[in-house]
Write a protein that binds this ligand. Structure first.
Ligand code: TMP
Length: 234
């Protein structure tokens, strides 16, 4: 089944399969911060992100969001649609944290007047720089129609996930999405896990996401396990 490695990312590997239209995505036990400069093997992380992504993608698909997910192969690998990669990361922010707090010197945790959407150009050598709409059109990364669709889809996903996490006593502060082109549409790819979102415990305000690794404030595995437990049990 597993064939040639076609892409090695920070948290996942992609392999070709017998079917040219599909890829095998394998979650790694690796945590990185500072865009890969800080790297550590953490046993069990791949399985947790695999399980959390399965639950979130299933919830989104059930609610009309198209994703690349096809099926699970084993407890760390998924068969996904092969898409034409759009080299952008789309960040949605509900409350101020991370680079937004730093950039504008604003208080962490403040609610934004409305969700903010930002784009970053996916390029490790350049450290994924911020890119605006006009720059995206000028270098032909996306059309106007695709941009409208993406922004709409991101806000729809936010509207689905905010109450979902709220019901698990988790505050969805911000998150990152990636998309690809597939059969005349644009679908959600990559993963949705505490690696690429901020989730704060609504009772304590504690981070239950990768910030515990980035800031060395707690156990990544314990935090991700707590998220999974709430997704499954509540
Ligand atoms: P930031 O505050 O560091 O810009 O991050 C915003 C959100 O996007 C946060 O939930 C983490 C996520 N993110 C990624 O998943 N990958 C990245 O490379 C970056 C910069 C952020």
């Amino acid at each position: 089944m597993k064939d040639k490695l076609v892409y090695s990312g920070k948290a996942k590997n992609l392999y070709s399969t017998d079917n040219d239209d599909e890829l095998l995505m394998v979650y790694k036990d690796q945590a990185t911060s500072l865009n890969g400069k800080n790297k550590k093997t953490i046993e069990g992380k791949g399985l947790l992100n695999f399980q959390i992504t399965n639950i979130i993608f299933d919830y989104l698909q059930t609610n009309g969001i198209k994703t690349h997910f096809i099926s699970n192969l084993d407890d760390k690998s998924q068969i996904v649609h092969k898409t034409e990669v759009i080299p952008l990361e789309l960040v949605v922010r509900n409350k101020i944290a991370g680079s937004f707090a730093k950039k504008f010197n604003l208080q962490r945790g403040l609610k934004l007047k409305y969700p903010v959407i930002e784009f970053y150009y996916k390029n490790d050598e350049l450290d994924d720089p911020f890119i605006n709409d006009s720059q995206i059109f000028a270098i032909d990364l996306m059309s106007n129609e695709e941009m409208s669709f993406l922004k709409n889809e991101a806000l729809k996903i936010n509207d689905l996930l905010m109450p979902y996490f709220d019901s698990k006593n988790l505050d969805l502060i911000d998150f990152k999405l990636e998309f690809g082109r597939f059969e005349n549409s644009i679908i959600l790819v990559d993963e949705f896990s505490p690696d690429n979102c901020r989730l704060w415990d609504k009772s304590t305000g504690d981070s239950l996401d990768k910030d515990v690794f980035r800031n060395s404030t707690g156990s990544l595995i314990d935090s991700y396990k707590e998220v999974l437990k709430r997704l499954v049990e509540y």
